[in-house]
Design a protein. Structure first.
Lengths: 122, 110
């Protein structure tokens, strides 16, 4: 079964750090772009970060640039999100999502984890 | 910052047809933006419905269809059912391969 399982969420004070993990199973992890997507309470989905198959290309939404770092460990089928200098507005459920490409070249998310909740509060 | 627009809410009668849209303000959405659509029930992870404008993801019933209508991407639900009542999000890919979510549409079936 293709599966993504996130962990590492919790309560942290503003300015603190947290590292999220996502373990993949049931597919060749190293063959896919991987993404983090978040959802603040009662709000919509927001793309946060992506990383290429070999880790050579990464990108972030402007609001987290310089604070968050995405990485991967293909040997352990794992995706990470290091979050530093956290702000109250980073409070959200963070989803790990697999990126895929259609035969025509279209990119999209095709597998989602169940998410892990990050709460930034004093 | 690119803004992808969706109707905040929509209502459809059971058995009816509804079309949700995904726009880019004054610019036109094209297949080159790789429009995709996701369904989310409160408290659950998103589910992929449509990708590459009009390709249904595995297991998605054929009453869900995607298209380009005018200058927007569109998701049409034909024969709406009670369990279609949830949130729908579109995603467009911008020039450098960055995905941007729309604000989501809350669909009510009543």
């Amino acid at each position: 079964e293709v599966q993504l399982v996130e962990s590492g969420g919790g309560l942290v004070q503003p300015g603190g750090s947290l590292r999220l993990s996502c373990v993949a199973s049931g597919f060749t992890f190293s063959s896919h772009w991987m993404h983090w997507v978040r959802q603040a309470p009662g709000k919509g989905l927001e793309w946060v970060a992506k990383i290429k198959q070999d880790g050579s290309d990464k990108d972030y939404v402007d609001s987290v640039k310089g604070r968050f770092t995405i990485s991967r460990d293909d040997a352990n089928n794992s995706l990470y999100l290091q979050m530093n200098n956290l702000r109250v507005e980073d409070t959200a459920v963070y989803y790990c999502a697999r990126g895929s490409r259609s035969p025509g070249g279209s990119s999209y998310f095709d597998v989602w984890g169940r998410g892990t909740l990050v709460t930034v509060s004093s | 910052q690119t803004v992808v627009t969706q109707e905040p809410s929509f209502s459809v009668s059971p058995g009816g047809t509804v079309t949700l849209t995904c726009g880019l303000g004054s610019a036109s959405v094209s297949t080159g933006h790789y429009p995709s659509w996701y369904q989310q029930t409160p408290g659950q992870a998103p589910r992929t419905l449509i990708y590459s404008t009009n390709i249904r993801s595995s297991g998605v019933p054929d009453r869900f269809s995607g298209s380009i209508l005018g200058n927007k991407a569109a998701l049409t639900i034909t024969g709406a059912q009670a369990d279609d009542e949830c949130d729908y999000y579109c995603v467009l890919y911008m020039g450098v391969g960055t995905p941007v979510f729309g604000g989501g549409t809350k669909l009510t079936v009543l």
